[in-house]
Ligand binder design. Structure first.
Ligand code: DC
Length: 239
């Protein structure tokens, strides 16, 4: 069913952006959504919310599928404005980006039951209005019937370079070789996942951002959306 319209024959007014860590998905997805007046859903933030709650569990329970699925089923995750994530009413926008959550989140994302629950919610959110969704499995699993699917890629070296620069700009110490090794390990894990693994979705357009600046990527994506008949009525603003 990948890349196919739904039973009613309609493609969804969804821009699906998948790709490896550090390819610039979050920033590009957010800016493209802003430019188009679309909703932006960072699906990684949802897995991170479940991981944050899982850290309250005793150590030996943190990989327990039943416990993780209970958390995923109960967590009230809201995205009231760009960049803000509320978990059960509490602003966790900063907390879900901590190193501790980053280290814990792969276990959560590996769990098929957790994925099923979160994918269901992602579909509900994406159906409400024109949406830019970003993650690993948007074009393959969440919205195989998205009107436009993008696989955002860049060389490992340039991804590691950008990430190192970002960390240093934020006042953190960052060693390029260590950042590159961490990124390759996250790639391996993202690609090896039994469900929702990172893949190029059928019908996806591959954009290699190694030699493209962010403004160019956003402008290209916004133009693709505007040129697409499924989005025509949904586009509100111009960049
Ligand atoms: O994009 P990110 O680093 O915030 O994602 C956090 C984790 O969730 C990472 O381990 C990849 C995983 N993820 C996923 O499996 N599927 C998605 N659609 C989004 C993120």
């Amino acid at each position: 069913m990948s890349g196919m319209p739904d039973k009613s024959g309609h493609l969804k007014a969804v821009l699906a952006i998948d790709g490896p860590v550090g390819a610039g998905k979050s920033s590009v997805a957010k800016r493209t959504a802003d430019a188009l007046g679309f909703f932006h859903l960072d699906t990684g933030a949802m897995y991170r919310c479940v991981a944050l709650r899982a850290m309250d569990l005793p150590e030996e329970k943190r990989a327990d599928p039943a416990a993780l699925q209970r958390i995923a089923g109960r967590a009230r995750i809201e995205l009231p404005e760009p960049g803000v994530v509320l978990l059960d009413g509490e602003d966790v926008s900063g907390a879900i980006r901590s190193e501790a959550v980053s280290a814990e989140v792969a276990i959560v994302a590996d769990d098929p039951g957790v994925r099923e629950l979160l994918v269901h919610r992602q579909r509900e959110i994406g159906m409400l209005r024109p949406t830019v969704l970003e993650g690993r499995d948007i074009g393959t699993v969440v919205f195989p019937d998205a009107a436009l699917k993008i696989y955002l890629d860049a060389s490992p070296a340039s991804r590691a370079r950008r990430r190192t620069d970002q960390l240093r700009a934020a006042g953190r110490t960052a060693d390029y070789a260590a950042v590159l090794a961490g990124l390759l390990e996250r790639d391996r894990r993202d690609r090896a996942r039994l469900q929702g693994a990172l893949r190029i979705a059928p019908g996806a357009r591959i954009m290699d951002t190694t030699n493209l600046d962010e403004d160019t990527v956003v402008a290209l994506l916004a133009a693709m959306v505007r040129d697409h008949p499924v989005f025509a009525a949904a586009c509100q603003t111009a960049i």
